[in-house]
Ligand binder design. Structure first.
Ligand code: PHE
Ligand code: FE
Length: 282
């Protein structure tokens, strides 16, 4: 998250713009369709049921880039959330204020055909396909709002680096344990063809039971698949664990060492100890 050097004339003070859905070209809709169909195949039996339910309820499909007005009617009726269009990453305080008011900032542009497999910055496929379906889930919807309020506080307490890791390892790269096995709920995974398979099936990464303080100490990689994934048992667990005031937690964290992305700690609940990414096959 960083400031934008170029703020288009039409950007409002809260950084929102119009989606301008009618301006999307056939080519852009076709890129959405390609991405959607790929993920629909891969995510069967891999994505969390709550995510798949969200896709169905919102009628997100291979038809093309969804019209935010249509999604907002459904989302608003379900959980009171709204999607607001933004030109790209917005400043932290703006981002948190949106979340705290049940507004999810989403980009409008879509990646190019050359960027199908990897794009560094979020686009509308990541934001809408990845993030919005779980906002239909009441508990997750509340968690996201609480996170926004927590963000404002973390900024004041100089603890944003700790809180950002929580977002990273849950909202973006979270796994959930179900009776049928591990499933994906993180937006960064469900919107990525490669990581959807890697996160669940590769022997390289660690898969570790959710632990709030442990996560807030753990560094992360933004340029490659994750070296560790954290596994929740339910969205209720996530919401309850993050309900307390974090002020004291942040104080404690100052005296605890940071943990590297691929490291295992003695007190971890290890579901899978990763073999690591760099080890060559024997
Ligand atoms: N309870 C946290 C605080 O006091 C806020 C929060 C809620 C943070 C949910 C993350 C997720 O800071
Ligand atoms: Fe994201």
């Amino acid at each position: 998250m960083q400031n934008h050097p170029h703020r288009p004339e039409s950007t409002r003070a809260d950084f929102t713009i119009d989606q301008n859905w009618d301006a999307h070209t056939a080519e852009e809709h076709a890129i959405w369709a390609t991405l959607f169909k790929r993920q629909q195949q891969i995510l069967k039996g891999r994505a969390a049921q709550e995510f798949l339910d969200g896709i169905d309820i919102l009628n997100v499909s291979s038809d093309g880039v969804p019209d935010f007005r249509r999604l907002n009617d459904i989302l608003g009726a379900r959980t009171g959330w709204q999607i607001v269009a933004v030109p790209g990453l917005v400043p932290d305080d703006i981002f948190f204020d949106h979340l705290a008011n049940r507004r999810f900032p989403s980009t409008c542009f879509i990646r190019t055909a050359e960027q199908l497999d990897y794009i560094q910055e979020p686009d509308v496929f990541h934001d809408v396909f990845g993030h919005v379906p779980l906002l239909v889930n009441p508990v997750f919807a509340d968690y996201m709002q609480a996170y926004g309020k927590g963000g404002v506080k973390a900024m004041q307490l100089g603890a944003l680096h700790n809180l950002s890791r929580l977002y990273w390892y849950t909202v973006e790269f979270g796994l959930i344990r179900t009776p049928d096995g591990l499933r994906i709920y993180g937006a960064g995974i469900v919107s990525s063809q490669g990581e959807s398979v890697f996160s669940l099936e590769s022997s390289a990464p660690n898969r570790i039971g959710f632990d709030l303080m442990r996560i807030m100490r753990t560094r992360y990689r933004i340029d490659d698949f994750q070296e560790s994934y954290f596994v929740i048992d339910s969205y209720e667990q996530l919401f309850e664990a993050t309900r307390p005031d974090f002020t004291g937690y942040y104080e404690t964290l100052k005296s605890l060492p940071e943990v590297e992305a691929g490291e295992i700690q003695p007190e971890d609940t290890v579901l899978n100890r990763g073999t690591g990414r760099t080890r060559p096959a024997a």
